[in-house]
Write a protein that binds this ligand. Structure first.
Ligand code: AQP
Length: 336
């Protein structure tokens, strides 16, 4: 249970495909930093949000496999289930229950403005599901159930967290102070990693062009190939800026793995060209991934550890969310 002094951070990830460098840099690495900096009483919650994954067409046989795989990647990246709460969203019925209550107080216009819905609906046309439209309401429930203060996410989720803030404020106004209003936490660099093949497009699990996306599971040669083939901008000098979106994206990756600032990287490669920079970048990423991939392989053979992490996490999550649901029911006149 959270105490009056604890700070709660919450962020989810969908088992909707293979985890990629964008998820890793924009979200997971940030979560590991939160874990490293946590103070006594802090609560960190990182669920696998499978109810969000099924808002677009999916393969039932793959869903559970992807979900377990994702937990292995999160643990291999450094999340420790003894310190943080990891669980499967669909196993906690408080999430869809609260989402329904939020549906009843959220104006359609708020959801119609969501750019992720508009982008995905444009691709899906008439097949687009009600679930995809309602995704942000479920995400608001995910976050607000735990009286979350901080939501560390990539930039694509910023608008959804802002909507969660609006829903919390509206609920508090209508039915009395019930929810903590959360803050979005974005990284300065790396909050929006772009496709290696098209710097105007976000690196994404659902991108058809797999060359644009470095996956955590990619072997060393695949990583080298993808970085070698990554598009670059005109010119050959290494500097970051709006005129070099493709190169800047690669420099952000370099910076994340090496700990060097963009200015330090520019200085390091003064007088050198794209080729040399790309060769070095590939080796930095291969080396950075190696220990994560090794831990992942070990965890894949230890399914009991994954099962334990999820069942302990679910118990701890429900202990918090069920109390919040009682408060909400009371506030809305739904209690027995
Ligand atoms: N390209 C990205 N750069 C930085 N952060 C990113 N995130 C996603 N893509 C990037 C962040 O990763 C976390 C988990 O994402 P998600 O699983 O909730 O799904 P998403 O945001 O919709 O990401 P994808 O990979 O593009 O999935 P699909 O293709 O299934 O929609 C989030 O914090 C997200 O911001």
């Amino acid at each position: 249970m959270t105490s009056a002094h604890s700070r709660v951070s919450f962020s989810g990830i969908k088992p909707s495909g293979e985890v990629h460098l964008g998820n890793y840099i924009g979200a997971v690495k940030q979560w590991v930093t939160f874990q490293e900096n946590m103070k006594p009483g802090d609560v960190l919650i990182f669920p696998i949000v499978d109810l969000h994954a099924i808002t677009v067409p999916f393969e039932p046989l793959e869903l559970r496999e992807r979900l377990v795989d994702l937990v292995c990647w999160l643990m291999a990246s450094g999340l420790d289930p003894k310190k943080v709460i990891m669980f499967v969203q669909s196993e906690n019925p408080d999430h869809p229950y609260l989402a329904w209550l939020f549906n009843c107080i959220t104006p359609m216009g708020w959801l119609e403005r969501m750019t992720q819905y508009k982008d995905k609906a444009r691709v899906q046309g008439q097949r687009v599901s009600v679930g995809l439209f309602d995704y942000p309401s479920l995400m608001a429930a995910d976050i607000l159930l735990y009286d979350t203060h901080d939501v560390p996410v990539g930039e694509d989720q910023k608008q959804h967290v802002e909507l969660a803030r609006n829903i919390a404020e509206r609920f508090n106004r209508l039915y009395g102070q019930t929810f903590q209003v959360p803050n979005v936490v974005l990284k300065q660099e790396g909050a929006r990693l772009m496709s290696l093949q098209d710097p105007t497009k976000k690196m994404s699990k659902s991108d058809e062009d797999k060359a644009g996306c470095i996956l955590l599971k990619d072997d060393a040669d695949t990583i080298r190939q993808k970085i070698k083939r990554a598009v670059t901008d005109s010119g050959n000098e290494i500097h970051a800026g709006k005129d070099k979106p493709a190169l800047t994206n690669l420099m952000v990756i370099y910076s994340e793995f090496s700990g060097k600032s963009l200015q330090e990287i520019e200085a390091l490669y003064q007088g050198k060209g794209y080729n040399e920079f790309k060769l070095d970048l590939a080796e930095i990423v291969v080396e950075g991934f190696a220990p994560v991939q090794e831990k992942y392989r070990a965890l894949k053979k230890d399914q009991a550890a994954v099962g334990r992490a999820l069942s302990d996490g679910l118990k701890n999550a429900r202990a918090i969310s069920s109390e919040k649901i009682k408060q909400v029911q009371k506030a809305m006149g739904l209690e027995k």
